[in-house]
Design a protein around this ligand. Structure first.
Ligand code: MN
Length: 258
């Protein structure tokens, strides 16, 4: 007798549980797996890998298998895989984000953070972002279909050595995509300056400015793949150690050790 256990996928995002991207993603993955949504109650884009430690977290069920949390994307995934449920998930799929997460964006991204938080589960985790730029396009169904395709591929053909996949999808109909490319992260220029403004009571406030333009967007980068109409798939790692600077720093510290 063959024992078939359904794959359990946790879906989260940083745009909030009501966003079009996460609704499309949930619909696309249903049928491939048992899908549960645990996502922030509101837009928490830019939340990065932040945990709420000073207040308790509250979880609400909006409909069967859809939960929202007054917290960050990382809070949501952490809760979901560390005690909210009495079973284990196999993977986390995050998105479909409204906007790209290319190059340095991944440092700030709540979409990527949600996927990163699921890195110890059985299957590689996936963060999917749709490269929306204007109000035109907004092909979230394309992002969701890309996610479904990649999950299907992971189930059919296990991917050793890759824990986190950062996926960026051109904002075009699925049939117009030119294919999939494995990429490295590019780099952006320094971000734009903050934007000063006044609140309605005349007090000074500041808006964080937009991300900088692309600096390293050459062949092989995520920027380049998306610009050419390909789905960009970047394997990420958590180890931020700059290994080739270890000796430099060791020598630099030598004088301090007497
Ligand atoms: Mn977002």
């Amino acid at each position: 007798m063959v024992f078939i256990r359904y794959v359990k996928i946790l879906v989260s995002n940083d745009d909030g549980y009501r966003s079009e991207g996460i609704r499309r993603l949930r619909a696309a993955l249903t049928g491939l797996a048992e899908v549960t949504v645990v996502a922030p109650d509101r837009n928490r884009s830019g939340a990065s890998n932040s945990l709420t430690l000073d207040v308790p977290l509250r979880v609400f069920e909006s409909e069967p298998d859809v939960y929202y949390v007054l917290g960050t994307p990382t809070d949501c995934v952490h809760l979901a895989i560390s005690g909210l449920f009495n079973f284990e998930y196999d993977m986390v799929v995050s998105g479909v984000n409204d906007g790209p997460n290319l190059g340095d964006d991944v440092l700030y991204s709540g979409t990527v953070a949600a996927a990163v938080e699921g890195r110890f589960l059985g299957l590689p985790t996936i963060a999917v972002s749709l490269c929306t730029q204007t109000d035109a396009g907004r092909h979230f169904e394309t992002g969701a279909e890309v996610a479904r395709t990649l999950v299907q591929q992971l189930l059919a053909s296990p991917l050793e050595g890759a824990l986190i996949l950062n996926v960026n999808v051109p904002d075009v109909p699925f049939a117009s995509l030119r294919g999939f490319r494995s990429t490295r992260l590019g780099f952006r220029h320094r971000s734009e300056r903050v934007v000063p403004a006044r609140d309605p009571r005349g007090r000074q406030v500041y808006w964080i400015g937009p991300a900088g333009p692309q600096q390293d967007a050459g062949p092989g980068t995520d920027f380049d793949a998306v610009a050419q109409g390909f789905v960009s798939v970047t394997p990420l790692q958590i180890d931020l150690t700059r290994h080739n600077a270890l000796n430099v720093v060791a020598n630099w510290l030598e004088g301090l050790n007497g």
